[in-house]
Design a binder for this molecule. Structure first.
Ligand code: PLP
Length: 407
């Protein structure tokens, strides 16, 4: 049963005050707060159950190895991947994308090839591809974004060619909130023989994806945006591709045998997990996924949809407020500007009223240029937010508008 006030008690961060005001946390697209079961598990493991994984045969090492591999199975089931070999733990979305950019790039990208991304990408899904293209003498091509924030998927066949080695697209924009039709995009790319990487940083927290149904070749996400610990993330890769890709980093546990003459590598997924991973964090991520699944994705989505509907209606009461990304379906975030008010001024004043909102380029400079603005203000909601919090924030914005318009 989804009882909001009970659920909110699971998140200690939500009951604190900032500047003497009750915290209203609307920056969930940047990172989410952690429920008590996740915090308790991480504390318990740090306090008592800490033994390095995959190497020690003592009790603590064995317990940690078992829990870590259970977490891999939980993530496999969450993404409906066909095997745990396809689930690589990373430090986050950025680390996962860089792993693919290096490793897939080393194996498959040559001078004169191209990589296609979209104008709606976070810097994390732009810069690693630029670095790869510079290294290899390849070209970066960009699918533009429509004015309503949707992608012109029909243009893909014209943009993709025999030289296109990968298409990288976000499941949901961290600026516009628009959910892209991943299955159609994958179908269009595969029809041209192009594999697809889906950035799930903003999608995983709204239910993730069925990677087999969507057909994507890579899917990446961060644990800290899904109520899990920071420094955790996932790279799903289709086994045939991961098998062909060379390791990115060398070190402990990614090897089969080492000699000065020749080193052979471990099989999947350990080939891509050099060194001691954040195993306690990964166990916390499993707990976070279990927690949301127990709440029920349908209830979570329903609550988030209620919040976005309410916020859209209330924000539109403010004269001169422009919302970006009208296309549907959307995640639970709204980015906007108020005529004559700098978004960062508004965010700083909101902060003093206890309201955490995000402002600036939102790690998406190209999208800011696309909409001809220097920055935006963003409210991003989680199921633990309330319509009352939205009302307080809208009233605060109205006051800020009055204050800054008088100057
Ligand atoms: N991609 C998208 C769409 C994001 O929203 C973010 C973070 O906001 C990232 C990638 C990068 O995630 P991280 O900083 O957790 O690696």
């Amino acid at each position: 049963m989804f009882i909001l006030q009970t659920i909110r008690k699971d998140f200690p961060a939500l009951s604190q005050q900032v500047y003497g005001k009750p915290l209203i946390y609307f920056d969930n697209a940047a990172t989410t707060h952690k429920p008590a079961p996740v915090i308790a598990l991480v504390n318990e493991m740090n306090s008592f159950i800490n033994g390095n994984i995959h190497r020690a045969f003592h009790c603590l090492g064995t317990m940690c190895t078992e829990r870590y591999e259970e977490a891999r199975e939980t993530v496999r089931a969450f993404l409906h991947a066909s095997s745990v070999e396809e689930i690589v733990f990373t430090a986050g979305t950025t680390a996962a994308i860089n792993t693919v950019a290096f490793s897939f790039g080393e194996r498959f990208v040559h001078a004169g090839d191209d990589i296609v991304i979209t104008e709606a990408e976070h810097h994390s899904n732009i810069v690693p591809w630029q670095l790869l293209c510079e290294r290899k003498g390849a070209l970066l091509k960009v699918l533009p974004v429509n004015h309503d924030g949707s992608l012109p998927v029909e243009q893909l066949p014209r943009l993709l060619s025999k030289r296109t080695k990968l298409l990288c697209v976000t499941q949901a924009s961290n600026v516009l909130g628009v959910m892209n039709p991943v299955k159609d995009i994958v179908a269009a790319a595969h029809a041209c023989g192009v594999p697809v990487l889906v950035d799930g940083a903003q999608g995983a927290v709204h239910g993730g994806i069925d990677v087999q149904d969507a057909g994507c070749d890579f899917y990446v996400f961060s644990g800290h945006k899904l109520y899990g610990p920071t420094g955790t993330g996932v790279l799903y890769g289709r086994q045939e591709l991961l098998d062909e890709m060379p390791p990115w980093q060398g070190g402990g546990e990614m090897i089969a045998a080492v000699s000065f003459e020749k080193t052979t590598y471990a099989g999947l997924p350990l080939k891509f997990e050099a060194g001691t991973p954040n195993f306690i964090g990964v166990c916390g991520l499993k707990k976070a996924i279990d927690y949301v699944q127990e709440l029920g994705w349908a209830q979570v989505r329903e609550q988030e949809e209620t919040l976005v509907r309410h916020a859209t209606r209330r924000l539109q009461e403010i004269e001169g407020l422009q919302l970006y990304g009208a296309a549907q379906p959307k995640t639970s975030l709204l980015s906007f500007n108020i005529a004559g008010i700098h978004p960062t001024d508004a965010a700083q004043l909101l902060d003093k009223m206890g309201i955490a909102a995000r402002s600036g380029h939102l790690c998406a400079d190209p999208l800011m240029r696309r909409f001809n603005v220097q920055g935006m203000l963003r409210f991003s909601f989680s199921f633990y937010n309330t319509t009352e919090e939205i009302d307080t924030a809208v009233d605060a914005l109205k006051k800020i508008k009055q204050l800054l318009s008088c100057q």
